[in-house]
Design a protein around this ligand. Structure first.
Ligand SMILES: [Mg+2]
Length: 378
């Protein structure tokens, strides 16, 4: 008797993130169970209480579309769900979160049933054995004493990280991104402390509202300090600003992480303004959605960058996606210990000498601890 999908469950969770000044963050987990008892886990980076509860409700609604289906036909199920979620979502919204979590869970389930890892199912970037990817510390700065921040970031580089990407305009008292001279001095100090080879990247963040001149002055000064990339210096749709900035700098310009599906990505890639295309598997209709985006990135000859700033489920999928394309430079990791990475699964992700291993066990290759999920359900 063939195996069928028998249960679909949603778990809205909330947790405090040490990498984000202990802010409350929210995720939607999904567990899909097959008739032989095999389970697959997925995640949506739904971020706020209402969007998380809403995503969970949509997942429960979609159970009817999924239950009874063959778990090996995950691509067909993805299309079935996509048709139905048009009623909740078009080009972005809660339906995309729901589909993301379900799709990741379905790939996990399929791999666990067939004994294949995700990277085996989606294919490696080339015929060489890709077993590890260089890691970058993806941080926020919080401390008003920037010497402490400089010392912390230099420490990550000593630990093996190839460098760091600093989110600006976040919680805490660091206030980077507001005063030009202070921002320029900060990057100068980071360069001195981290050494000449460290990749330094700066990510504006949504709460900062830079003018074109604000961006040009910072990026030009930071470029002299060897800035590797600047991320989202403007809002995602401000293509003209991105285009103008391109004439002023040679640093890589990154963006797009707030897009939702291949239509948004097609638009942003066709704008010809970006070098690095950010993508969160917990938002872009899951692994299946991300694979379509990777194809667009490869066709345009840009770089794919996986935004994995939530749970280890997202990280597991993200690392495999990164290993599936030659157009990927690195894998981002939250450097400080946190519940959704270090408590959630039996063997948390760590890097060795700045490299992270591509998961090789069946499915996503991680074992989720259910009682930890239950502990954070709200
Ligand atoms: Mg970013």
């Amino acid at each position: 008797m063939s195996v069928k999908i028998s249960k679909v469950e949603a778990f809205p969770v909330k947790y405090q993130e040490p990498n984000d000044s202990m802010a409350w963050r929210y995720l939607t987990f999904v567990r899909i169970t097959a008739s032989d008892g095999t389970t697959g886990w997925g995640e949506a980076i739904s971020q706020f209480p209402g969007s998380t509860k809403g995503t969970a409700a949509i997942v429960e609604d979609l159970a009817d579309v999924i239950i009874g289906k063959d778990p090996l036909q995950n691509l067909g199920i993805w299309r079935d769900i996509r048709k139905q979620t048009w009623w909740y979502t078009y080009r972005g919204g809660l339906g995309h979160f729901a589909l993301s979590a379900i799709d990741i869970a379905l790939w996990d389930l399929r791999g666990k049933i067939t004994g294949q890892s995700l990277i085996e199912m989606i294919g490696k970037r080339d015929s060489q054995e890709v077993t590890e990817i260089p890691v970058l510390a993806s941080t926020h700065v919080f401390n008003s004493n920037l010497d402490i921040e400089v010392e912390r970031h230099a420490r990550y580089v000593k630990e093996g990280y190839m460098g760091f990407k600093i989110g600006m305009g976040k919680r805490g008292d660091a206030r980077i991104g507001y005063e030009l001279e202070r921002d320029v001095n900060f990057v100068r100090d980071l360069r001195q402390a981290a050494g000449p080879d460290a990749w330094i990247m700066m990510d504006r963040g949504q709460s900062l509202n830079w003018t074109f001149e604000d961006a040009v002055r910072r990026v030009s000064a930071w470029e002299e300090q060897g800035l590797k990339w600047v991320e989202e210096p403007f809002e995602p749709w401000e293509y003209e600003q991105f285009k103008r900035l391109r004439n002023h700098t040679k640093v890589l310009i990154a963006g797009s992480e707030r897009e939702w599906d291949y239509r948004g990505y097609t638009e942003t890639i066709n704008s010809g303004t970006l070098d690095v295309i950010g993508c969160d598997v917990g938002r872009v209709e899951g692994i299946t959605g991300a694979l379509a985006i990777i194809k667009l990135v490869e066709t345009a000859g840009l770089w794919f960058n996986s935004h994995a700033w939530s749970s280890a489920i997202n990280t597991a999928a993200s690392i495999a996606l990164s290993a599936s394309t030659p157009r990927c430079l690195l894998q981002e990791l939250k450097p400080d210990e946190n519940p959704m990475q270090h408590e959630l699964i039996t063997e948390p992700f760590t890097h060795k000498n700045g490299k992270i291993a591509v998961p090789s066990k069946p499915g996503l290759g991680v074992e989720v601890i259910e009682k930890v999920v239950q502990k954070y359900v709200f």
